[in-house]
Design a protein around this ligand. Structure first.
Ligand code: NI
Length: 176
């Protein structure tokens, strides 16, 4: 169908607050979800938010491959519209490695909530309310941040844990 151009860090669309989607059940939103999924898959990412393809709306797609899931259960590709993330604070925060299709070639260790409550609308426009943990919770926090103009370096607390994938593959894994 269509692979879209991904905005890279430095583009103002990545720093703006995206707008709520008023009507989730339109052909335009359906087409945008398909294009986001296709673009994400082509780029090899686990999540992609609409502002990353220059569309300032509150929508993202994500998936968790079984190989990346903490509990062995992956999350099949899905879309989330107008997400609201509430941390389950008792579960605490943890550092974990993150990359971003808008910041190619780099990754960093970023603190995120271990568990979150996520509400929003699915690709059919139906409301949902669920609890996510581990890597899925991390991905959703990263993608929801994109809708608020926040990129992962803005969440970092230790800039020693920031580098190029190639170097981190060789030297960096024991940093955490
Ligand atoms: Ni990202």
């Amino acid at each position: 169908m269509s692979i879209l151009k991904i905005a890279r860090m430095g583009h103002p669309v990545l720093l703006a607050r995206a707008a709520e989607i008023e009507d989730a059940a339109t052909p335009e939103i359906k087409a945008l979800i398909s294009a986001l999924a296709e673009t994400m898959e082509d780029a090899g990412g686990v999540g992609l938010a609409a502002p990353q393809v220059h569309v300032p709306l509150r929508l993202f797609v994500f998936h968790v491959p079984a190989s990346r899931a903490d509990d062995g259960d992956g999350v099949a590709l899905r879309a989330v519209i107008n997400p609201v993330v509430t941390p389950v604070e008792e579960a605490g925060r943890a550092l974990g490695w993150e990359g971003c299709l808008s910041i190619p070639g780099l990754r960093a260790a970023v603190p995120r909530w271990n568990e979150i409550r996520l509400t929003g609308l699915d690709e059919q426009g139906r409301a949902f309310d669920e609890v996510l943990s581990g890597f899925a919770a991390r991905v959703v926090q990263h993608e929801t941040d994109h809708l608020d103009g926040v990129l992962y370096p803005m969440r970092m607390e230790d800039f020693r844990l920031f580098g190029y994938n190639e170097e981190l593959d060789r030297y960096g894994q024991e940093l955490l």
